[in-house]
Design a protein around this ligand. Sequence first.
Ligand code: ZN
Length: 283
Amino acid sequence: MPELPEVETVRRSLKPHLMGAQISSVELYLPRLVKWPQPSIFIKRLKGKKIQDICRTGKYLRFLLDDNMELVIHLKMTGQLFYIDKRASSSFPYTRAVFHLRGGAALLFGDARTLGALYAVGPKEMHRIPGLSAMGPEPLSEMFTLSYFRKLLADRRGKIKSLLLNQRYIGGLGNIYADEALFAAKLHPERAAASLSSKETKRLFDAINTVIRAGIADGGTTVRNYRDGEGRSGSHQDKLQVYQRTGCRCPRCGATIRRIVVGGRGSHFCPQCQKNRVKHRKE
Ligand SMILES: [Zn+2]
């Protein structure tokens, strides 16, 4: 699933093409992907609107339009957005929606697994996107402070990996970057969140910000079908230390990387560097 760095890369690749562009018409090949409002109203709301800016909150892409209207898109597992200028063919596989732009260019939404979500919302309708209105602060943002992170972990008996993936606590973090951050911080994914020492908490906080920053710098991670808005792959997959490297050697100590399931999600870690134990002496 595209995570914060991938969605941010899509945003950056689309922005130069779409700023000021006017949506002339919308074609929906799979109307059920529109979650709000009804598809016919969705189309009406977007028609004729100009794109004033493109923002991102967590894994949601937000196209700010005239009249405070927003086109909000969640790519989920396999969603893709491509900018097509008028010279290019628009016959892409799995095309689910086409936003035609004045002058002949278009923004294509493709989605093989059809789990993506499209919304056209006004300023008073953000509650129609529960995942967005209830999202926690995202890494690298001003709201995501060490003291916020400390409070978040305190008294939580749940496993640290599951806590990191909960979008209500931290926005934008997903399986790839959670595994990489836990490896960088030398923490077992099944450690109880509240069992982390002060030092370990600081280490994990820094690791989260570092892996997200590195992911963005590399244009995201392409493990499945992720591409940016111009069809380019990311390159961060070449730098992954543990994610989907089951059976490979740990780049730090040489032990064999393992995969376990934590909270229903595959979790990759080094059993040597990331031992599941609490140090008795609080650091
Ligand atoms: Zn190791």
